[in-house]
Design a protein around this ligand. Structure first.
Ligand SMILES: Cc1ncc(COP(=O)(O)O)c(C=O)c1O
Length: 410
């Protein structure tokens, strides 16, 4: 069980007030808040270790250690077989653009790439651009607009012996749908395709396991899981080693260093370790567990709490006749979604609703959330949806506050 009385005081952001109302953060899908331990890790690095890596003096040596510690923490977080398979970068988009360029050099004219219409554009446009470069063809998996789940049978018809890459999201940042990654990877492997998983939206909600997914690459971003703005790419060692990313001549020629362009955000990377340690601290009372085991305990408690408040949110939204929910709503299907809920109103724009909620200290998001293939497919451009994102730090009381404010606006 999560103890929110212990968790919430760790977040300085939760003491903010807006027009006399305590702030409630439902904007996690655009970036989560951070606990004090993450803030301390960032400032401790800047105060005591600030240096470039690779030199023989104490702050530089300390920086090398900090980066190695962060790689181990990420390997635990993703269940990566080796910490050397962890690449840091500014964000998921930049890492994906770099990977897509490197992969496209291995593609030929007429090869095929499969993406999905339920994805963030960061898992579509990089592949479209890379395919254009190589003369490859891009195919798209559609989704059922009724519940916003992928039409899985389309993989059977679109996969072929020309398929070089299948790119799919772990969870939709617009509708909350959790995709069956293990099954999609299995299908992709039947034709020998490389697989890339965008786990940015999944990471704060479910414990990722790249070995269980059996994918080839996976990317996420620490600012969505209670850390600073740092992107993380995991790839199979042999692929990271054999591919040739764009890099400067003096930069390392082996992985992971050759994937990390320029000097990294060292202070942010220290914050990534702290964010993973924060997550590992949430639900374990027994000593001597490994960090991965503690993360497993934390994420089962996170899932339990999120399922409860997610259901409360969906049931409350269903009471407001003027709202339509985009995504899974049936109680027995709720394990196939995370509590990121998009709604539209029958006359008011998401922007109007979000601004009104914001005046009451309720932080939501309006727009396409860069999930452009989704909003275009269901005809929600240019306004998109009102997105309410719950994370483990949200409470049932906050959900009630949001529902009552929405009821009075709608
Ligand atoms: C599902 C998903 N994928 C990719 C991204 C892009 O991540 P980044 O901002 O780290 O480039 C986001 C950001 O919102 C996202 O939600």
């Amino acid at each position: 069980m999560l103890n929110l009385d212990v968790i919430r005081p760790q977040f300085p952001a939760f003491s903010r007030e807006v027009n006399g109302h305590t702030a409630a953060y439902f904007d996690g899908p655009a970036g989560s808040q951070v606990p004090q331990s993450v803030i301390d890790a960032v400032s401790n690095y800047l105060a005591h270790f600030n240096a470039n890596c690779g030199a023989a003096f104490v702050t530089s040596l300390g920086t090398d250690v900090a980066l190695a510690n962060a790689r181990s923490a990420c390997a635990d977080f993703l269940n990566a077989p080796s910490a050397d398979e962890i690449v840091f970068g500014p964000n998921m988009t930049t890492l994906t653009l770099s990977l897509s360029r490197a992969l496209s050099e291995t593609w030929f004219y007429g090869d095929e790439i499969i993406v999905s219409r339920l994805d963030h554009d960061a898992n579509v446009t990089p592949w479209v651009l890379a395919a254009r470069e190589a003369g490859a063809i891009v195919k798209q998996i559609d989704f059922d607009p009724e519940n916003c789940t992928l039409w899985m049978d389309q993989y059977d018809s679109l996969l072929s012996n020309r398929t070089r890459l299948v790119a799919v999201g772990g969870a939709s940042n617009a509708t909350g749908t959790v995709n069956p990654i293990r099954e999609i990877v299995r299908l992709a492997k039947t034709v020998g395709a490389t697989t890339f998983v965008d786990a940015v939206h999944l990471a704060p909600h479910r414990l990722i396991d790249v070995q269980e997914f059996d994918c080839d690459f996976l990317a996420c971003s620490a600012y969505k899981f209670f850390g600073p703005h740092v992107g993380i790419l995991w790839g199979r060692a042999e692929l990271l080693e054999s591919l040739q990313p764009d890099k400067l001549r003096p930069a390392p020629s082996s992985a992971p260093g050759k994937w990390m362009t320029g000097t990294q955000n060292h202070e942010g990377i220290c914050g990534v370790t702290a964010a993973i340690d924060y997550l590992a601290s949430l639900a374990s009372t027994v000593q001597n567990l490994s960090r991965r085991e503690r993360l497993q305990n934390s994420f089962s408690a996170i899932s339990e709490h999120e399922q409860k408040i997610g259901q409360q949110l969906i049931e409350g939204l269903q009471q407001i006749d003027s709202l339509k929910i985009w995504g899974i709503t049936e109680e027995h299907q709720l394990q196939h979604r995370v509590p990121t809920v998009s709604v539209t109103h029958d006359s008011k724009t998401p922007q109007v609703l979000s601004a009104e909620l914001g005046r009451h200290g309720l932080f939501t998001w309006a727009g396409n959330h860069y999930a452009l293939p989704f909003t275009e497919t269901v005809g929600l451009e240019p306004n998109g949806t009102l997105r309410i994102g719950l994370l483990h730090y949200n409470t049932g009381e906050e959900v009630d506050r949001l529902l009552s404010q929405l009821t009075s606006i709608c």
